[in-house]
Design a protein around this ligand. Structure first.
Ligand SMILES: [Zn+2]
Length: 284
């Protein structure tokens, strides 16, 4: 199991799915021809043919007083997902939490960086034909802007289904805290607005004893966007804004000791942002 220590905080990666290639629908500009010259992406983030490696994982953030899970992947038993492989998953995610020493009942906070399908799945689980909260003792912390946007969304059929099976049940159970995009979660953990991918998207900053990490969420999906901040995923709500966010965040991180932990980064998953001429790259 991969983990990182940020001062007194331990961040553990719980993997649900990993994939190589097939990323055309997320990052259409990131063709093998365009990516192959980015040597620094091998072997963690790209194979020898220039095909991108990606991951769907949750990040457990354990502070001296809190047990937080950031993003809850796809979930088991879900239906109506646009990506066929994401339907009716039967993965060992809950057992993996137990193996990490953090059974689901012990989680006190769930942070969703945004409410897309691959970030809310394990908010709920299927019990006797009903979707019930997977983390019954947790507060689920969601940006108010994000919640209200998807609650009122009627055009994207998949997202209406996702809201119904993975968000509405936790709201109905009274477990949701709607917060600002710069919400302070606890001494070590706070939200940072990184808008554009969705209207209320946030990243998660962890600071302890002078060490710092930033959990990305989906303001970027893959390290190749460090070299090409203008590569906006087809699913970005506001591509101009998301590009501006990437440029600003990368410039702020470059040359610092802050660890960037990618929500969809495969392999090493985390690294430091460094300048690379006019662009940036990830040093692992
Ligand atoms: Zn995602």
């Amino acid at each position: 199991m991969q983990l990182w220590r940020i001062g007194d905080v331990v961040i553990t990666k719980i993997v649900e799915l990993e994939m190589t290639g097939g990323t055309r629908f997320v990052l259409p500009q990131a063709t093998p021809e365009a990516c192959r010259p980015l040597d620094w992406m091998r072997p963690h983030f790209m194979d020898d043919d220039g095909r991108l490696k990606m991951s769907v994982h949750a990040l457990l953030v354990q502070t001296p007083s809190r047990r937080i899970i950031v993003d809850t992947c796809l979930g088991n038993d879900k239906q109506g997902r646009a990506v066929p492989r994401w339907n009716n998953l039967q993965g060992p995610f809950l057992n993996d939490l137990v193996a990490a020493g953090v059974p689901r009942e012990s989680i006190d906070t769930v942070l969703c960086t945004h409410l897309h399908v691959d970030h809310v799945g394990w908010n709920t689980m299927l019990v006797d034909g009903r979707w019930v909260p997977t983390f019954p003792n947790a507060r689920y912390v969601v940006s108010r802007t994000e919640f209200e946007y998807w609650r009122d969304q009627r055009e994207l059929a998949e997202q209406v289904t996702v809201f119904a099976d993975s968000v509405q049940p936790i709201f109905d159970a009274g477990l949701v805290d709607l917060v600002s995009t710069d919400h302070h979660v606890c001494d070590e953990v706070s939200l940072v607005p990184t808008l554009g991918h969705t209207p209320g998207h946030v990243s998660v900053r962890v600071v302890s004893r002078g060490a710092e990490a930033l959990i990305s969420g989906d303001f970027l999906h893959h390290p190749c966007q460090l070299a090409h901040p203008e590569w906006a995923p087809a699913v970005d709500y506001d591509p101009r804004r998301s590009t501006e966010t990437r440029r600003n965040v990368f410039a702020g991180l470059a040359g610092t000791s802050t660890l960037l932990i990618g929500t969809h980064f495969a392999g090493a998953t985390a690294g430091r942002v460094v300048r690379d001429g006019e662009k940036f790259r990830l040093a692992v």
